[in-house]
Design a protein around this ligand. Structure first.
Ligand SMILES: NC(=O)c1ccc[n+]([C@@H]2O[C@H](COP(=O)([O-])OP(=O)(O)OC[C@H]3O[C@@H](n4cnc5c(N)ncnc54)[C@H](OP(=O)(O)O)[C@@H]3O)[C@@H](O)[C@H]2O)c1
Length: 266
């Protein structure tokens, strides 16, 4: 049986493991999980009904190795796994840890793939960007697509685009929560109860997003369909644009990208 090794099973690692188990991409018996110490590894493995790993030695024969620790833990965790010279696919989801840096922790020729998921993977509506390193083969990319495809949509991109998507879709849930909260405030301001306003704002963004994805139409074309001449919706949009809604979003994503680039240079 193919073995899978997960290094770090927190919010993201846990969501990926749950998705793969519930969609039959991985079988429980095939998975080995390693946390920062034996007690934590046993505990987490017990919760998911999978095996635990004492020192990551399963890496030598694992089909897939998932690095899901925080970026500052990557050097220690990747070197430890790299010592077992993995032949399978090494997938890292750590933000701002480049393919070049990852490769430095493994023997030459190790098949490394970087993935940038976002938190909606925890509810099966994630967006994950995938970029392969120099030694990655088509089958490594397919493996990453199969894993992250169980948790939402995927896109195969180059590494620069993966970092750019980090500033759009990676950080995007943070922006979206602020927008939903602001719309809910707007509803309360005109008289709605808070709970009704929050649900209405969230479901409206969710539904509009679904229309964009399912119709394939440009969002501006869909907007045109709901803005009748001299009507109420265009009056609302006019005021939001006047207050800089579009510019605020463009500048916000640019600021996130600049911060990410600055952090990567340190
Ligand atoms: N959350 C996001 O939106 C998001 C999006 C894209 C990418 N990512 C990336 O996903 C990675 C994981 O993030 P997360 O939010 O899932 O973090 P998290 O919840 O803190 O999970 C990390 C896990 O690794 C464990 N750990 C710590 N040291 C370890 C070691 N030496 N060996 C093995 N396991 C160890 C932690 O245990 P303890 O808690 O006991 O220390 C924890 O269970 C990060 O690199 C992040 O950049 C996150």
């Amino acid at each position: 049986m193919k073995k899978r090794l997960i290094i770090g099973c927190g919010a993201m690692g846990g969501a990926i493991l749950s998705g793969c188990l519930s969609h039959g991409v991985w079988e429980k018996e095939s998975v080995f999980l390693k946390e920062h110490n034996e007690e934590a590894s046993r505990d987490k493995a017990g919760r998911y009904g999978v095996n635990w790993s004492a020192d990551g030695r399963e890496a030598a024969e694992a089909d897939t190795i998932l690095l899901a620790v925080k970026p500052n833990i990557i050097p220690e965790a990747a070197k430890a796994v790299g010592a077992f010279a993995p032949k399978g696919t090494v997938i890292s989801i750590a933000a701002a840890v480049t393919l070049e840096e990852l490769a430095s922790y493994f023997p030459a020729g190790t098949r490394i793939v970087r993935v940038m998921p976002n938190t909606p993977v925890s509810v099966g509506e994630g967006y994950s960007a995938i970029a392969g390193g120099p030694a990655a083969q088509a089958e490594d990319i397919e493996k990453a697509k199969a894993i992250f495809g169980t948790l939402g949509r995927t896109a195969v991109v180059n590494e620069r685009q993966l970092d750019e998507l980090g500033a759009l879709s990676g950080a995007g849930p943070g922006y979206a929560f602020v927008i939903i909260d602001a719309l809910a405030d707007a509803g309360v301001n005109i008289g709605l109860p808070r709970a009704v306003a929050i649900e209405a704002a969230a479901q409206t963004l969710y539904g509009a997003a679904k229309m964009v994805l399912e119709t394939g139409k440009h969002p501006a074309a869909l907007r045109d369909q709901v803005t009748s001449p001299g009507g109420t919706t265009i009056a609302g949009i006019q005021m939001m644009e006047r207050r800089g809604l579009r510019a605020a979003l463009i500048d916000g994503v640019e600021a996130c990208m600049a911060k990410s680039d600055a952090m990567a240079k340190k």
